[in-house]
Write a protein that binds this ligand. Structure first.
Ligand code: HEM
Length: 445
């Protein structure tokens, strides 16, 4: 069992913010099936700081859903510590990945990983994204309605495998794709929300058994890449993350061992492709269902005005952020929004709910990109990439990919609805469109 779970305090209503009385299994199911609606109903009942009593936590997940408490959780690092808090994700991303690294090791570790994700270093991926869109456009245009998320996953996986492993061989990329898509499927990652004992490998047919088998396939592929690169006499000409990490040394001259490399690299791939693909799918799906916003954006791009592209992506990230929350643990007994929080409790900056606060965002359910034009949001009212020293390191890459896909697709096609606006479901920590974000793409003349 992960250490963070053993340190977690058990549920005691006097020690935690208020929670619904419904059984844990019911709260878990509601959070997975209607993550935004359920959280909203709890906020209406209890105010912006409340507890969610879901699996796999034995206490509760303390949720913060207004700008002030969102800021406190994301930036008050002495009270709310990162790393351990990603215990839920550790079985998926690997406990040695940056996401799961607690302070003080975290900052040095983060500095090591940041350079390849710097804005100037990632510009060169624009061309690859364009190529990928153009290769697939004919298939997208011929359909009567396609789910965009699986399509976008192919694209973002191709990019992240190049960035992280320097992969270019299409057959090898396809092998990774098959392994990763089974591993991150809703039916598999749901195991993370089972009670801890049921997450174990209880035989090949058990959910835990299946999870561990699929995880092993992904990690074996990554291991093969690391082994192959270690045998290369000279990788100085390469600029992928793997080559960079092989040369990295700490102040004592020690390099990273294979176990660390494996967690780091698989963590980056998992953090980087699903999230970006989901953002692309939600943005095009929302545009298809909001023709006025869509037509304004197309006109804006046609004129080369560049007024609405970033605003549209911000609005999509507000209404349907790809990541549900950012996690911390309470370093000591403390309070949040006047509610008690016990030491060791898991605490979530539940920005997917802060983003729907009507005091911060009038008519919060309306998709209105122009609300972001020419104004800065209230601090910590819009944080789809988290914040503080753990803010997402992939922001520039994710934005470059999303902007490029939108530019290229909207130059060639008009997204239209292919069914009703889809509700969000929770897969691990990702808020995904229930049917994959279906749209019909009508070719522009
Ligand atoms: C639209 C796409 C993406 C979204 C919405 C997103 C969102 C997030 C969020 C909410 C966090 C947690 C921040 C916090 O705890 O305060 C995070 C962390 C992280 N993300 Fe992303 N992310 C995206 C794309 C990427 C990409 C492309 C990468 C590339 C490698 C990436 C790598 C990471 C890593 C390594 C962390 C952990 C940072 C740390 O703990 O220091 N993400 N991301």
């Amino acid at each position: 069992m992960n250490d963070a779970f053993t340190r977690e305090p058990s549920w005691d209503p006097r020690l935690f913010p208020p929670a619904a009385r419904a059984p844990r299994a019911v709260q878990t199911a509601r959070m997975l099936l209607e993550p935004q609606g359920y959280a909203r109903s709890l906020r209406r009942r209890f105010g912006p700081v409340f507890s969610l009593r879901t699996f796999p936590y034995r206490g509760a997940l303390v949720c913060a859903a207004d700008a002030a408490s969102n800021r406190a959780v994301l930036t008050d690092h002495a009270r709310f510590t990162g790393g351990d808090a990603a215990a839920l994700l550790a079985p998926a991303v690997g406990s040695g990945s940056l996401i799961c690294t607690p302070p003080p090791v975290h900052l040095g570790h983060r500095k090591l990983l940041l350079p390849p994700f710097h804005g100037a270093r990632i510009i060169r991926w624009t061309e690859r994204v364009r190529e990928l869109v153009h290769t697939e456009l004919p298939a997208l245009l011929s359909g009567d309605g396609v789910p965009l998320r699986p399509w976008a996953q192919r694209l973002t996986l191709d990019v992240i495998l190049r960035v992280v492993f320097g992969l270019t061989d299409p057959a090898r990329i396809a092998t990774f794709r098959t392994a990763l898509s089974s591993f991150v499927a809703m039916g598999n990652l749901a195991v993370l929300f089972l009670p801890k004992p049921l997450q174990r490998d209880l035989g090949p047919l058990s959910p835990g058994g299946r999870f561990h088998r699929l995880r092993a396939t992904v990690r074996d592929l990554a291991r093969e890449e690391i082994a192959a690169r270690r045998t290369e006499s000279d990788h100085a000409h390469r600029d992928d993350v793997l080559s960079m990490l092989l040369d990295a040394r700490d102040e004592h001259g020690a390099g990273l061992d294979d176990a660390q490399l494996l967690d780091e690299l698989t963590g980056l791939v998992l953090a980087g492709y699903e999230t970006t693909a989901t953002t692309i799918a939600w943005t095009l799906h929302l545009l298809a269902h909001h023709p006025a916003a869509r037509d304004d954006l197309i006109a804006d791009l046609d004129e080369g005005a560049g007024r609405l592209l970033k605003a549209t992506i911000k609005e999509s990230g507000r209404l349907r952020p790809a990541v549900y929350n950012a996690m911390r643990t309470a370093a000591h007994d403390t309070e949040l929004g006047g509610r008690p929080v016990p030491r060791g409790a898991f605490v979530a900056a539940l920005f997917s709910l802060t983003h729907l606060d009507p005091e911060l965002w009038p008519e919060p359910d309306a998709f209105r990109p122009e609300r972001h034009v020419g104004t800065d949001p209230v601090p910590y009212s819009l944080t789809p990439f988290g914040g503080g020293v753990r803010r997402c390191i992939g922001v520039s890459l994710a934005q470059l990919e999303t902007e490029t896909v939108l530019r290229e697709i909207l130059a060639a096609a008009v997204p239209e609805p292919a069914g009703p606006l889809e509700p969000a479901r929770l897969v691990s920590v990702t808020l995904v469109p229930a049917q994959g974000g279906r749209v019909r793409l009508r070719a522009r003349r």
